[in-house]
Design a protein. Structure first.
Length: 116
């Protein structure tokens, strides 16, 4: 894909539009000559541009939809992790084991940073 496909598409539209208004052209490879000589081919090529653009838009829409689903799933995981951290913090009064106390402190810090 082109980095700036919209700009390329606008340029293509400008070139096709200008070819319709161009004076008689002798260059058989120019769009102006093609318009003079074979209008159906000119329109056919422009329709191909539209179809290619539609294909690109469909791909982008699918990618955006997939990205949205991933974002929703990640948000669900974050919620589950937050709930687990809150459960860990609630265990503070029930244990005196140093490792568990350290884990609780880490969980509390993570929750405090999230709430800020």
């Amino acid at each position: 894909m082109t980095d700036n496909y919209a700009a390329l598409l606008r340029q293509t539209a400008r070139v096709y539009r200008e070819s319709l208004a161009a004076p008689d052209a002798d260059d058989i490879f120019s769009l102006a000559y093609q318009w003079q000589d074979k209008k159906h081919r000119h329109v056919h090529d422009l329709c191909n541009e539209l179809e290619q653009t539609a294909d690109r838009i469909e791909k982008l829409e699918k990618m955006m939809a997939a990205q949205g689903k991933v974002s929703i799933k990640l948000a669900e995981y974050v919620d589950e992790l937050e709930a687990a951290l809150r459960e860990i913090v609630e265990q503070e009064r029930q244990t005196a084991h140093p490792v568990v106390v350290h884990i609780i402190a880490i969980a509390r810090k993570a929750l405090e940073e999230k709430d800020e």
